[in-house]
Design a protein around this ligand. Structure first.
Ligand SMILES: Cc1cc2nc3c(=O)[nH]c(=O)nc-3n(C[C@H](O)[C@H](O)[C@H](O)COP(=O)(O)OP(=O)(O)OC[C@H]3O[C@@H](n4cnc5c(N)ncnc54)[C@H](O)[C@@H]3O)c2cc1C
Length: 285
């Protein structure tokens, strides 16, 4: 359904219904203003459809500090060498010019709800009639003892696509045959429940394709089950037998800390130590 301004202002039954606009905040202002904070999948989509469906009747500003958005989706294809980084890297210019969206490449720092203003990192403000907040989620850097933001390049997480994807790919490609990769899977809830296991599958594929079938990927999981578990485990057994080991919450609960500076002493399910292996250590891949 096309939404003209009248329908939009009346609060049509769409995801934008909550955004029904009254009079502009500033008297005499020509158009009502929507400010969207966050230019990820959610915010950019909201900005697009508010601008598109209002056919220019609403002024839309997209507040996003980064000039490019690198998608997590399809980042496994980059990891596997099937796509270049450029294929998952997107600028905002086309979106802005196609739908007359104003871009403001700043981070929002505070919101003044009484004044209906968003304060930006450079000290400027953006006034709105309606505000859309879509800043996504972030890592809890203090959630793994021994690891933190300063160590994210040494022990990559690859939750955020971009540099982290590149580091992980370089580390994966450099693993020697027989190397061990340990992934700490996240507890629920988190983005993309099958994500870690999809990633493990792609990593196993990369290793196998390079003839490194003595490598092992160990998933230390705080969960006792995971999304599409039976399917994943069947595929791992069929295609990457002996290369992927999933260990459930029992072992995870015994983890005291990680040491990004040292090779991993691998503790197997039976509990015996089986040597020290160099290899990429990744959390929440
Ligand atoms: C490895 C991986 C694979 C995935 N695969 C898929 C998939 O195949 N299919 C799928 O549907 N989903 C997938 N997802 C999930 C998907 O990436 C997320 O659901 C989606 O990105 C969430 O969109 P968002 O707009 O809420 O947040 P984000 O995409 O995180 O965007 C948030 C944006 O807000 C900006 N921001 C943050 N703070 C501020 C601020 N203060 N001021 C201004 N801007 C700010 C950030 O810079 C960022 O650009 C995957 C996720 C991961 C990690």
């Amino acid at each position: 359904m096309g939404i003209n301004r009248r329908r939009f202002v009346g609060g049509s039954a769409t995801a934008l219904g909550a955004l029904s606009l009254g009079a502009p905040a500033v008297l005499g202002q020509a158009k009502p203003k929507v400010v969207v904070v966050g230019g990820g999948a959610g915010g950019a989509t909201a900005a697009k459809y508010i601008a598109k469906d209002s056919a220019g009747a609403i002024e839309v500003m997209l507040v996003e500090p980064s000039k490019q958005f690198v998608t997590c989706f399809h980042s496994n294809l980059v990891l596997g060498g099937y796509k270049p980084m450029e294929a998952i890297t997107h600028g905002y210019e086309r979106l802005a010019s196609a739908y007359a969206i104003k871009l403001n490449h700043q981070a929002a720092t505070t919101i003044d709800r009484d004044k209906k203003q968003v304060r930006l990192a450079d000290g400027s403000t953006a006034t709105y009639d309606r505000l859309v907040l879509s800043p996504g989620i972030d890592l809890k850097y203090d959630s793994v003892p021994g690891w933190g933001e300063a160590l994210e390049e040494l022990m990559p997480h690859a939750w955020k696509a971009g540099k982290q994807t590149q580091i992980l790919k370089a580390r994966l490609d450099a693993v020697a045959d027989g190397g061990v990769i340990v992934m700490l899977a996240p507890p629920n809830p988190y983005r993309c429940p099958p994500g870690p296991y999809e990633r493990v599958s792609m990593m196993a594929h990369v290793l196998k394709a390079a003839g490194k079938t003595k490598c092992k990927i160990i998933i230390l999981d705080p969960k006792d089950s995971f999304s599409k578990q039976a399917l994943f485990q069947e595929a791992w057994d069929k295609h990457y037998r002996g290369m992927v080991e999933w260990i459930n919450a029992k072992m995870y609960e015994t983890i005291k800390s990680v040491d990004p500076h040292r090779p991993i002493p691998v503790v197997r399910r039976s509990g015996h130590r089986h040597g020290s292996h160099p290899g990429a250590v990744c959390r929440n891949l």
